[in-house]
Design a protein around this ligand. Structure first.
Ligand code: HEM
Length: 492
């Protein structure tokens, strides 16, 4: 009896395997050509720690649009600017796959995973709040400047001794998000602040595993996550509770007349209005909780990482540092804090930041998209529900667009007289099209203000004269590999 059961199980597994191989072959017939990997796992085992570079190399053989089987899914890769521009500006590619890595965590999807009208409504509303809060009176810009004054006091306290900047930068950046979402910040050592930041950092480190699992059947991914303890329920529950508590306390104090413009208050107001008109509205408290988590998850790490790279790069090139400081001294001077409004007058600083965004593309592979209609990319037919992956790193290193792309050269963004910044469409750290990063303005604002404020006040150098490595650690973002130990010598 047991023997029969064992043979039957093997037979079912074998048939599932054959069915999968045949099904994939049938699907691939209509997709652009590409390398054939192994059955079931596809090309995943051949991708190393720097998947973006391995995928970019495949473009030399298969061209700028090709198909890669990753796990059980066929993924159409966009491997240069021409392909990315053609695809990501079409409405057909505004979708996300249904089992994206983020859907494994939590019980409600946030706007990053939604599609159709639900995504459009949630995104429009979030974009409106971001626009209203970023600039203007009592806005995020002023809160960032206040947060920076605090950060500077802490750095001053080190008296130029080498320090691990990340341990200060992480809570500082996270406080800006707290201001946007909650309307208040935390002490750096507050237990809630620490729990939240630790969870985000763990999620980013585990992304390669979680990302690969999103290429497997959903039941399998959930099983591995549970058995491997990767979806550490206790830790996630703690973080969900932080947001639930915040939402509850905002509900208690909610007042239409004196409502503030943080995301939770704005959403609660919108939810009330929508619920009066439509009891089935998708503006719900569980969506609010999911979107709050998303903002912290999506916004903090890339901003912090970009600032770290900019400081590392400036510490390793004193000519660049001096040129930026001369610009700061002439436009801002020593007597006041820098503002976003100074940026158009600081062409070298802007060119330098552009080059940081290009050279160290913090999101080397874009978030996976999915086609919501039959469509085409550069003449290749793409069927509905096909996964699409834009290789942003390949766009930023495309020799058809950039001269000597591996050279770090801010002047590539400047006119010959150095006075004007040359805009280049192919610079897409925030992706491109209608579904590009919703936090682009806020992200750019933070990076600019942190970088310029720190260089206005300090000369940044490598601690103990050590040579800085530019090696990176690839999770979801490209991070500096080690702790960033730098010295900050006061100049003003
Ligand atoms: C240097 C900073 C940042 C970089 C490089 C960055 C980059 C990106 C990229 C590449 C995407 C994928 C877009 C696509 O699918 O085509 C994205 C999406 C997203 N980002 Fe950012 N981001 C940054 C900062 C922020 C900030 C500060 C926030 C929060 C306010 C944020 C919130 C989001 C959200 C919510 C999405 C999903 C958008 C959607 O699916 O409609 N990001 N970001």
């Amino acid at each position: 009896m047991l023997e029969n059961l064992g043979s039957l199980t093997l037979f079912v597994i074998f048939m599932t395997f054959i069915r999968h191989v045949l099904y994939n072959l049938k699907l691939r017939k209509h997709l652009p050509p590409g390398p054939t990997g192994l059955p079931i796992v596809g090309y995943l085992p051949f991708l190393g720690n720097e998947a973006h570079k391995d995928i970019a190399k495949l473009g030399d053989i298969y061209g700028n649009v090709f198909t890669l089987q990753l796990g059980i899914h066929n993924v159409v890769v966009l491997n240069d600017w021409e392909a990315v521009r053609d695809a990501l500006h079409k409405d057909a590619f505004l979708g996300r796959p249904s089992n994206s890595p983020f859907t494994f965590i939590g019980n409600s999807t946030s706007l990053i995973d939604q599609k159709g009208n639900v995504w459009r409504d949630q995104r429009r509303f979030a974009a409106k709040v971001l626009k209203e809060t970023t600039f203007g009176k009592g806005c995020l810009e002023e809160k960032i400047l206040a947060e920076l004054r605090h950060l500077i006091r802490l750095i001053d306290g080190a008296n130029g001794r080498p320090m691990n900047l990340r341990s200060l930068l992480r809570p500082s950046i996270s406080n800006i998000m707290s201001e946007l979402v909650f309307g208040h910040s935390y002490d750096y050592n507050h237990p809630l602040r620490c729990a939240l930041d630790q969870m985000i950092s763990i999620a980013y480190e585990r992304f390669p595993v979680i990302g690969s699992l999103s290429m497997a059947p959903v039941w399998f991914s959930k099983l591995v996550l549970r058995v491997g303890g990767i979806d550490n329920k206790k830790q996630f529950d703690t973080v969900f509770a932080i947001f639930d508590d915040e939402i509850r306390s905002h509900e208690k104090s909610f007042n239409w007349k004196n409502r503030s413009n943080n995301y939770i208050d704005s959403y609660l107001g919108e939810m009330q209005l929508r619920q009066q008109k439509d009891p089935y509205t998708m503006f719900t408290k569980s969506k609010l909780n999911a979107n709050c988590r998303l903002f912290f998850g999506a916004g903090n790490e890339p901003v912090r990482t970009t600032i770290e790279w900019a400081l590392i790069l400036v510490a390793s090139n004193s000519d660049h540092q001096l040129r930026i400081q001369r610009e700061i001294d002439s436009i801002v001077g020593p007597g006041r804090q820098p503002y976003w409004a100074d940026r158009p007058h600081m062409s070298f600083t802007e060119a330098f930041m552009n080059e940081v965004f290009r050279w160290k593309t913090v999101f080397p592979l874009n978030l996976m998209r999915s086609s919501i209609d039959n469509s085409s990319i550069l003449g290749h037919f793409i069927a509905k529900n096909t996964r699409i992956l834009a290789n942003i790193w390949a766009v930023h290193n495309d020799p058809k667009v950039w001269d000597n792309p591996r050279l770090f050269n801010p002047c590539r963004f400047l006119t010959d007289d150095g006075r004007q910044v040359i805009p280049v469409d192919a610079l897409i750290p925030f992706s491109t099209g209608k579904r590009s990063c919703i936090g682009e303005s806020m992200g750019r604002l933070q990076v600019f203000l942190y970088f310029v404020t720190l260089l206005q006040r300090y000369t940044v150098s490598v601690a103990n004269g050590e040579l800085l490595g530019f090696e990176d650690r690839f999770g979801l973002t490209i991070q500096p590999k080690d702790r960033v130990i730098l010295s900050f010598q006061k100049r003003i």
